[in-house]
Design a protein around this ligand. Structure first.
Ligand SMILES: [Zn+2]
Length: 139
């Protein structure tokens, strides 16, 4: 999996993508949508503070897959440090994580995955966290 930005990723056909959501404190109230463009192998459902699941990227290059994490409005007093950490990890490449603070208003975070055939000329520089063709120009 290559990270385009915090909410957009490139995955390879058939790549297994793991999605993990961790609630720092307080009850887990976030909900994960169905996938558009693919189906959950295991849909992330909360088990205590953690919801873990995964899906397999479609085999057709050019397919787009998306999902949404809906975090509801906080009710009553809450810890201002409380948040959801959404972590996405492909079979290869770095994991990404984004933090959604426990909100005063409901928030939806959408994540999109584009399926692309592996390009053997492209590699990942773990030091600079960028996709490069051939040698990394920053190394
Ligand atoms: Zn580099």
């Amino acid at each position: 999996m290559f990270i385009v930005d915090q909410h957009t990723f490139v995955v390879h056909p058939g790549e297994v993508v793991a999605v993990t959501i961790l609630k720092r404190s307080g009850p887990f109230l976030a909900a994960v949508s169905e996938l558009s463009g693919a189906a959950w192998t295991r849909k992330p459902e909360p088990n205590g503070p953690l919801a873990a699941g995964s899906f397999i990227a479609p085999h057709q290059a050019g397919t787009r897959v998306s999902m949404a994490v809906v975090v509801p409005e906080s009710r009553g007093p809450f810890d201002s440090d409380d948040s959801y950490e959404i972590k996405i990890q492909g079979a290869t490449g770095e994991a990404t994580s984004s933090l959604v603070p426990s909100p005063l208003r409901a928030q939806t975070r959408t994540f999109a995955f584009e399926v692309q055939d592996p390009d053997p000329g492209l590699t990942w520089c773990p030091k600079h966290k960028i996709v490069v063709r051939g040698r990394c120009p920053k190394c």
